[in-house]
Design a binder for this molecule. Structure first.
Ligand code: ADE
Length: 348
């Protein structure tokens, strides 16, 4: 889990510098919910008039549950993503049917409502009920990844999970709501998404790892799935007796200096593997397919297929330069292997 510094200076900063936004003046879960759904795809300034108009027309869960769909969509007109409005009404009806018209008070019950994801459930639970739940949106991901110099792709769900757990572990029990809002506020006004962050105004500047290392411009890492380059790899576990051939990767670049089995840069079938091995001057006795695997790096995705190749004992003297032979227990103790090879590790 990424390491976070002490974030408590955020609370006094928030008290002094927060924007005066209408949904911050209430603990009513209904109002907070409406604001968070509106804020999902729309800027704060654009949301404010919609927020007032919507709540004037539909001041509570019951009125939202009952309103005619055309009137609802009219109130939403201009905000876009109309499924958000329809989901609001479905959720309001569910609250009427299943919770007697009272907004549920636990994270799990809130998260179970239509149109409410992890972020929105955390936001309502923390802002309305003071529950120690993380509310991690894009703003917060940016702030946290800079504070901790987090180098993984924040668009991966595993990264989001890790950063969410890091936030969870730092929530002050007596100020969960303001703490969650303060992270959002810092991301919106100081640790901004476009252009350089305003570190001169940041209450956490002196504990921020990205700032200390001069990396605020590179972080967070955001790489869309499609922009990963796919590379093919055939992984060959060359075995002579109880030893396996390994080589060291170049000192720079991807996985620099780590050890790996012989790996060829395309996907080969068993016949082609036999030909490649023979072309290296080696004699394969037996070739066993080990199956396919995938490994995702930040910018690259390896699509792998693996084979175990049993070699004649006499091959030891003819091994290509750079390959060494190691027993399993030597590999375990002495040779760092990238986790990209995890699928084939059991055969080494
Ligand atoms: N964006 C999402 N939630 C917000 C909030 N509660 N205040 C300001 N901006 C937000």
């Amino acid at each position: 889990m990424p390491h976070l510094p002490d974030l408590t200076p955020l609370l006094s900063w928030y008290a002094a510098h927060k924007r005066d936004l209408p949904w911050r003046a209430t603990k009513d879960p209904y109002r907070i919910w409406i604001s968070e759904i509106m804020l999902q795809q729309t800027r704060v300034e654009a949301v404010i008039p919609y927020y007032h108009r919507f709540l004037a027309a539909l001041p509570d869960i019951g009125s939202l549950a009952r309103v005619e769909e055309t009137e609802l969509l009219k109130l939403w007109e201009g905000l876009g993503y109309y499924s958000r409005a329809r989901n609001l009404q479905r959720a309001a009806r569910q609250i009427m049917a299943e919770h007697g018209g009272t907004f549920p008070r636990s994270y799990e019950e809130i998260r179970a409502l239509p149109g409410i994801g992890d972020y929105t459930a955390g936001a309502i639970a923390a802002f309305a009920f003071g529950l120690p739940c993380p509310a991690v949106d894009g703003n917060v991901l940016r702030v946290i990844s800079r504070l901790s110099c987090y180098e993984k792709n924040i668009l991966d769900s595993s990264s989001k999970k890790e950063l969410t757990e890091a936030v969870r572990s730092t929530i002050p029990r007596d100020a969960a709501g303001d703490f969650g809002q303060s992270l959002i506020e810092l991301g919106a006004t100081v640790c901004v998404p476009n252009g350089a962050p305003h570190c001169d105004r940041c209450p956490l500047a002196n504990v921020c790892a990205a700032r200390r290392e001069g990396r605020t411009r590179e972080l967070p890492v955001r790489i869309k799935r499609g922009s990963r380059r796919k590379e093919e790899r055939t992984v060959l576990i060359l075995r002579i007796g109880d030893r396996v051939a390994l080589r060291q990767r170049p000192r720079s670049g991807l996985l620099a200096g780590l050890f790996e089995p012989l790996t060829l840069p395309r996907l080969l079938d068993a016949n082609e593997v036999g030909e490649e091995i023979s072309a290296l001057g080696l004699t394969p006795l037996h070739i066993t397919p080990l199956g396919e695997a995938k490994h995702i790096f930040t910018h690259i995705e390896w699509q792998m297929t693996g084979y175990e190749v049993i070699l004649d004992d006499a091959c030891e003297r003819r091994l290509p330069e750079g390959l060494l032979l190691a027993e399993r227990d030597e590999i375990d103790r002495l040779f760092p292997l990238p986790s990209a090879y995890r699928a084939y590790r059991a055969f080494m």
